[in-house]
Design a protein around this ligand. Structure first.
Ligand code: SF4
Length: 311
């Protein structure tokens, strides 16, 4: 069964938060010149980061590596208040590219902590977004990664517990974790709406549909990108074969012998140019038909702040 068809699903790729972050850096480069410092990866995609590095962005993991008084960008994943305070203490001019959906979770955490709650944060330990949120109130926040941890987590007062989530989790897995918490803590407080962002939800719904139409789903994105990894998991949970590849060249290592139709999607930090390169690579492997399938419209757009650095 030779490879014949490629289904390119929409929505895929860049989300409003990533678009905003990249365009803030573009503006800051134009305004401040190079070097421009960025605290940690702006978004989790090597191509985006390497491209920005070529254009004069210096990525640092420690604020101490930013010269005093320089301009520094905070990534789309957000930072802990301690990082903001440290930047102010060093006289850095901050350009905050935190995605507004992440900023919303920070605000929810602050509200629940003010109410005296222990906040259970469903997410992945060590991910930049989770580290930033935990930094809001380390003494009051516990991270839970899955249902088993939800079954055993202990809190000081079962009547004062709240739950929030990382923005890029699996919708169904997260619902299952919250269900465990609700059973254990009937007074559980949660935000009015889901913390999982529109882009994550839409790409997961689309990949479920794609998994039913393709013999293999290729998810293009970075191995350290949360929403990208969830797309692979969601496609597999829907019964499909799915693989994460970070660049088109990795196609060479995949067995496509039983694959007639390949479905293609991309994580929220994957540039469209990379998707098109993958389509070309699939053509070289024999695909003759490329169809675009739209499974939903997206009209979320954030205004880009002017790029003025503060501080
Ligand atoms: S994936 Fe969602 S939360 Fe993350 S930057 Fe994009 S819109 Fe924001």
């Amino acid at each position: 069964m030779p490879l014949r068809r490629v289904i390119l699903v929409h929505p895929r790729g860049f989300c409003a938060g990533v678009e905003r972050a990249v365009s803030m850096v573009d503006r800051a480069l134009a305004r401040h010149g190079r070097p421009l410092y960025c605290y940690r990866e702006l978004v989790h995609n090597r191509y985006v980061v390497d491209d920005l590095a070529r254009r004069g962005v210096v990525f640092v993991d420690r604020l101490e590596d930013v010269p005093e008084g320089a301009a520094v960008v905070f990534s789309a994943h957000g930072v802990a208040p301690a990082v903001t305070a440290a930047a102010a203490a060093r006289g850095l001019r901050v350009i905050d590219a935190t995605c507004p959906f992440v900023a919303k979770v920070h605000a929810e955490v602050r509200r629940f902590v003010r109410q005296g709650c222990t906040v259970l944060l469903i997410g992945h330990r060590g991910h930049d977004e989770v580290r930033g949120i935990v930094g809001e109130a380390p003494e009051s926040i516990r991270v839970i990664e899955n249902r088993s941890e939800a079954e055993v987590i202990a809190v000081p007062d079962a009547a004062a517990v709240a739950a929030v989530t990382q923005t890029t989790l699996s919708v169904t897995e997260t619902a299952a974790v919250v269900a465990v918490l609700r059973r254990r803590f009937p007074a559980l407080r949660t935000p009015a709406g889901s913390d999982i962002c529109y882009a994550t939800q839409n790409r997961q719904e689309a990949v479920v549909e794609l998994a039913g139409r393709a013999d293999l789903v290729l998810v293009l994105g970075a191995v350290n990108s949360s929403n990208t990894n969830r797309l692979v998991e969601v496609a597999r949970a829907a019964g499909g074969r799915a693989e994460l590849i970070s660049r088109p060249e990795e196609l060479a290592s995949l067995d496509l012998r039983e694959v007639e139709t390949v479905g293609v999607t991309a994580g929220a930090s994957t540039p469209e140019s990379l998707v098109q390169d993958l389509v070309e690579a699939l053509r070289r492997r024999g695909a003759t038909e490329v169809v675009e399938v739209s499974l939903g419209r997206e009209d979320v757009h954030f205004d880009t702040p002017s790029g003025h650095a503060e501080g």
